[in-house]
Design a protein around this ligand. Sequence first.
Ligand code: 5AD
Ligand code: SF4
Length: 480
Amino acid sequence: MAERKALQRNEELIQKQYVYIDKVREITGEKANTEGRRPTYDVRVFGCQMNELESEQLAGMLDEMGFAKAAPGEQADVIVFDTCCVRENAEEKIYGHLGLLKPSPGEKKSIIAITGCMMQQPHVVEKIRKSYHHVGIVFGTHNLYTFPELLYRHLTQGKRVFDVWDSEGQIVEGTPITRAEKVKAWVSIMQGCNNFCSYCIVPYVRGRERSRKKEDIVDEVKRLAEAGYKEITLLGQNVNSYGNDLGKTDAFADLLYALNDIGGIERIRFTTSHPKDLSDSLITAIKELPKLCEHLHLPFQSGSTRILKEMNRKYTKEQYLALVDRVRGSIPDISFTTDIIVGFPGETEEDFEDTLDVVRKVRFDQAFTFLYSKRTGTRAAELENQVPEDVKKERFLRLVELQNSITAEINRTYEGKTVEVLVEGISRYNETMYTGRTRNYKLINFTSPEDLTGKLVQVKIIRAWPFWLEGTVIPEGETS
Ligand code: 5AD
Ligand code: SF4
């Protein structure tokens, strides 16, 4: 069963959905009685961690409505796409998946619902309306929680349902959720973004910053601790501005202190941080709070001050490097990961050299590298001096090669060391191993004579691979 909890605020909005949940449950109950099995669902998620969290809410709603998760490979009765539009290739992937689901005569017809960032763009909704007739329900990010009502309408009226809200409302608490993991959980602390980086579609599809109330977040994390979760990752497009819309200053650090006191939670992470907003109080919190992990995901996007200005990032190359130094000065063993865009309009070879220079100087543990993708509606899409695809790709490869060599060098320094790992379960790389991460976010796959899922263990690293480290557990009581 999904976690089901209606909170005080927004009660009418969510209670209305619980009424629809019960109505759909009657329909699925009847179907289960006649067919001998509950109808099934499949939620397919694309994009960032916020989408992963929201796909857990979609699964939670479907569970509450009486559907069962489809077995791998089975075509479910209800298929929900939770989409991403941050780059063009994410959108193309989704059109590809949708195309494959067009039923031929005589084939099983699933109910196809589609939501997420991509649906907040009117031209996409029009394309779905005109060219993808097999899609039955279309809704957006601002009304994700109304899915039970939309599904009920579709089931009872048999017509296509389009309901995308063009502006954000308040954050609605109490949506059911079925989490994919048992040890670590995503916790959204805010929605939306006010930054309008010139390449980015997110502020247009996610709306302005809205923070959840501190007491709602604390309450959720306490319930997660009671359910046995050990690690939480706080999510927001820019967590460092958490609480600004509530008229508070330093609210993010304040929230972290409150969360650190919750018994049962062993580790706290957060993402994403904007360099312009990273406060000294946050650096102090990472240094002081035992549960707050020593890892910062700090996108720099470009090393060229000129391009950064065009991107509306509001910091220079030098300021970014100084910030990294300041953080390392306080927390020497902290690790950094980052996001980088290659080929922003007007990027010259010299600008790109600045990007490589930042990568060499900071020595990130990992970098997520992206080819610039023109997004309709953003300011950068209007710029004329787009970089040719072949130039972008050639720079991209050089950047990836440099970062991979740095990651490999950093990984090799772990060989022979012992690290603390929070065990998440069986490894995806190798079923004979367990998997987990260090506090500074290194991925570790290791052997262990027993299943220690959910425990903090000591692992001796025996070998560094390009993207993970291999180790063996040190039995409790023994030293390396
Ligand atoms: N093109 C390429 N990458 C982008 N990102 C955001 N918008 C674009 C775009 N138009 C990247 C940024 C951001 C990450 C989530 O996606 O690096 O940090
Ligand atoms: Fe996009 Fe910039 Fe907001 Fe991040 S901070 S979501 S890159 S506009």
